[in-house]
Ligand binder design. Structure first.
Ligand SMILES: Nc1nc2c(c(=O)[nH]1)N[C@H]1C(S)=C(S)[C@@H](COP(=O)(O)OP(=O)(O)OC[C@H]3O[C@@H](n4cnc5c(=O)[nH]c(N)nc54)[C@H](O)[C@@H]3O)O[C@H]1N2
Ligand SMILES: Nc1nc2c(c(=O)[nH]1)N[C@H]1C(S)=C(S)[C@@H](COP(=O)(O)OP(=O)(O)OC[C@H]3O[C@@H](n4cnc5c(=O)[nH]c(N)nc54)[C@H](O)[C@@H]3O)O[C@H]1N2
Ligand code: SF4
Ligand SMILES: [Mo]
Length: 729
């Protein structure tokens, strides 16, 4: 049966386009695309239209207005009504048009022919593709139990439907990208404050930013608010082994020795306590375990920390005093990605503890938790599958894993080992673990253990390249999403949504439709007896003012519920206070206070490799975007001039970078912007997928080189524990 598709091209137009895309430069093929879209839609010439949406080039969801001419999106502009994004659309946001009209987009379902990763595909109709996927799911569920099928969905407003589908299908083996991102930070703050607070940067007078890069790794509104705060006199101190753009704009930058941040913050705590600079009233009223902390930090003096961090003791002492002088409008920035070290949760606990000593909770310029809007939902009791195993496949592999997010690293190990039970199927949606999960060879090994893998993506990512079935999804400018409530620091909390700006191109289909169709075929239709429209109505049932604002302004902002709103309320911890000392940790054999373990020394003739980002790449996902590609054609290895000279490595010349698990070839960037013991490269290059035509064959893949260690407590990937050699080619 030919599937009904909204506004897709005729077969004839499609063939013309494919040929054109293959034969011409990207600029002209995009023009042909525009022409085809206009022809199809048959709109009046010069018909102009503006439509609200929310950017999806990264997770920030900045508000935007799409300028549409003759049914073609010509330009994306910021939505000034979006307080979260502060009237900004970054370079990637602007390049969203090219994601929509990318000739490399997946166009129709593809079934693997030949070996996995060989790149031979057969085009299927949707009917064939869905029947095949449902058959595989049924077979795997029967043979290996429903938990033998694994689900992984990235950041997306429709990921909730993938989770719902996994639940009714009957598998609790659901993972997200989050265990490659921020779970150790979340763990640390939850286990200290009972919540994950957000930094009220705009009102801050003093920010210490360890291991975060807010002027390149954009988080809205933090990135813009930090600039505003600095214009208003806020001091910024950056700790980073690399001279990032944030370091460049900071008042002070310290090229801290990687893996030693906890030493720095234990010493800061030691100064605050020994010099009575901490907020005594706050600590007495709102925290528990202070006496244990006082004893604990005694030996951690700035003189001791200087030896670990390579930051002079006098600076550590001075920075602690300055922080205290600016408190409570001062903070240690909690950060975001913390997939760094085996001790990442404890490292972030040390950030949390210093914040508590500053008494900045629920205050202007400190750590806050604004009121979040609660949307409704449609819920169903999922069926019960008696034969399922007792627990997640990754259970017990970390000390305190989040059940909801699990751990990519540990799940992958479990699949490879087939223990405690086999996993034979995998569905991935909008996530690219072949590039973003450390140790790519292991991901390949995992995939080879599977009977069936299906990937829903917009492009032929490396993950799609390895799949058995690839399903094309529409971009954010072509789909209807549920509404999403967000928290935006002190700027506001709010709600946003998306409606199609233009009809979905090619045969792309949203994941909601895909899982609904699968559910039908698996006799689970009753659990998907709604449309996205119904779902949204349920979400907004009790929020008529939100529905109105979404229509008129493209966003709903709730302001004025940010400071002093938790006064007199207990913390959601066991002691009902901020837990400097965590008794639950103690009971579980975890250090109840952060105990410093020096990072493993960099072996001779080796470097530590670290992960980070720049302002025009989103993890692995935007390097093939034709506009952003103009800014970076390939990645290169940052290496300091002193070791470069020793190794005979010249700028722009090819080098081999090798770890215990993999290697890559790329050009060197000889620069003082990194420590002599630390190298770095951007993510998103060295792809194996030939479907990414701009970047195939360019640069190296950092996931090939990174070893897959894990944070002990959360199971978060620890990506900065890898040592590499570098040699000229
Ligand atoms: N342009 C852009 N913006 C983004 C993203 C993107 O991909 N591109 N991704 C978004 C996402 S999902 C996230 S999670 C956030 C991430 O936001 P951040 O967490 O701020 O981003 P990273 O670039 O990972 O920053 C980590 C920094 O830590 C440094 N570092 C490495 N080791 C150490 C160490 O031991 N100690 C210290 N102090 N520093 C160290 C690295 O050099 C790097 O500059 O960014 C978000 N915004
Ligand atoms: N090497 C390395 N590893 C990392 C990081 C890093 O910087 N370097 N960062 C870590 C962090 S902080 C994070 S958050 C994770 C993120 O890791 P991932 O979740 O893998 O995120 P992305 O790399 O952005 O990949 C997103 C995928 O979704 C696809 N996509 C984009 N838009 C759409 C759409 O509208 N629909 C569908 N169906 N697909 C779409 C893209 O083509 C791409 O394949 O990676 C972590 N791992
Ligand atoms: S930060 Fe940039 S890419 Fe991310 S949502 Fe905002 S505009 Fe889009
Ligand atoms: Mo992230």
């Amino acid at each position: 049966m030919p599937m009904k598709t909204k506004g897709t091209m005729s077969r004839r137009s499609f063939m013309k386009l494919s040929a054109a895309a293959a034969a011409t430069t990207v600029g002209s093929s995009s023009r042909i695309l525009y022409a085809l879209v206009s022809e199809k839609q048959g709109t009046q010439p010069n018909q102009l239209r503006d439509q609200f949406s929310a950017c999806d080039m990264c997770f920030n969801k900045c508000g935007l207005i799409a300028r549409v001419e003759d049914g073609v999106v010509k330009k994306l502009d910021p939505n000034p009504k979006s307080l979260k994004s502060r009237g900004m659309l970054c370079a990637r946001g602007n390049a969203g048009v090219r994601q929509l009209y990318d000739p490399d987009r997946l166009k129709y379902p593809l079934l693997r022919k030949g070996q996995r990763g060989e790149g031979r595909w057969q085009r299927l109709s949707w009917e064939q593709a869905l029947d095949h996927a449902a058959e595989q799911m049924e077979r795997i569920g029967q043979k290996y139990t429903r938990c033998g099928f694994l689900f992984m969905a990235g950041t997306d407003m429709q990921s909730t439907f993938v989770h719902h589908f996994a639940e009714v299908y009957g598998s609790y083996n659901v993972i997200s990208h989050e265990s490659n991102c921020l779970l150790s930070r979340n763990r640390a703050f939850l286990d200290t404050y009972g919540v994950v607070p957000t930094p009220d940067i705009i009102h801050s007078k003093h920010v210490i930013m360890p291991g975060a890069n807010r002027f390149e790794a954009l988080v809205t509104p933090d990135s813009i608010d930090l600039m505003t705060a600095m214009q208003n006199g806020c001091k910024l101190v950056v700790l980073d082994p690399r001279f990032t753009k944030t370091a460049a704009l900071a008042d002070e930058w310290f090229a801290i020795k990687p893996g030693t941040d906890m030493a720095f913050f234990l010493a800061v705590a030691q100064v605050l306590i020994s010099e009575n600079l901490y907020d005594q009233k706050f600590v007495a009223e709102k925290t528990s375990g202070f006496e244990e902390l006082r004893t604990h930090v005694q030996p951690y003096t700035p003189e001791w920390a200087a030896g670990e961090t390579e930051i002079p003791a006098k600076d550590i002492r001075r920075l602690a005093r300055e922080l205290a002088a600016a408190a409570p409008t001062a903070m240690v920035y909690p950060g975001r990605r913390s997939s760094d070290y085996k001790d990442s949760t404890q490292i972030r606990r040390s950030f949390a503890i210093v914040n508590a000593l500053l008494g900045n909770w629920d205050q202007k310029g400190g750590l806050i938790l604004p009121k979040k809007i609660k949307t409704g939902s449609i819920s169903h009791d999922p069926p019960f599958y008696e034969d399922n195993p007792d627990d997640r496949v990754d259970a017990g592999r970390a000390q305190m894993m989040f059940d909801e997010e699990g751990s990519f690293k540990h799940t992958r190990d479990a699949v490879i080992e087939g223990k405690p039970y086999p996993i034979k199927g995998w569905l991935t949606y909008k996530t690219n673990p072949m590039q973003t999960g450390a140790n790519r060879n292991k991901t390949i090994e995992m995939i080879h253990k599977l009977d069936f893998m299906v990937t829903v993506d917009i492009a032929m990512s490396d993950t799609a390249w390895m799949a058995d079935l690839v399903l094309p999804a529409p971009s954010y400018l072509e789909r209807q999403d549920p509404v999403s409530a967000f928290l935006a620091s002190s700027a506001c909390s709010g709600v946003l949504t998306r409606d199609p700006v233009v009809p979905a191109l090619f045969e792309s289909k949203p994941v909601f439709w895909i899982v609904k169709e699968l559910a039908k075929r698996l006799d689970l239709a009753e659990y998907f007896d709604f449309t996205i429209e119904d779902f949204r109505k349920a979400q907004l049932k009790k929020l008529p003012e939100v529905a109105k604002a979404l229509k008129n302004d493209g966003v709903y902002n709730l302001v004025g519920h940010s400071h002093g709103i938790h006064e007199g309320k207990p913390f959601k911890t066991r002691s009902k206070k901020i837990e400097l000392y965590n008794s639950r940790y103690a009971e579980n054999g975890i250090n109840p206070l952060p105990v410093y373990r020096p990072p493993q020394a960099v072996p001779e003739n080796h470097f530590r490799i670290v992960v980070g980002r720049n302002a025009y790449i989103t993890q692995s996902a935007s390097t093939n975007n034709t506009l952003l590609w103009e800014l970076e054609h390939e990645n290169c290895l940052w290496i300091h001039p002193v070791p470069a000279k020793r190794l005979g490595i010249q700028n722009e010349k090819l080098v081999e970078v090798q770890s215990a698990v993999g290697k890559g070839w790329l050009k060197a960037r000889v620069t003082e912007d990194t420590r002599p013991d630390t190298v770095y490269m951007d993510t998103g290059f060295g792809v194996i997928s030939e479907g990414l035509s701009k970047i195939f064959g360019k640069g190296a893949c950092i996931a090939d080189v990174l070893e897959d260690h894990a944070d002990r407590i959360s199971g978060n990937m620890a990506m900065h524990e890898t040592f590499v050699t570098v040699s000229k080619i």
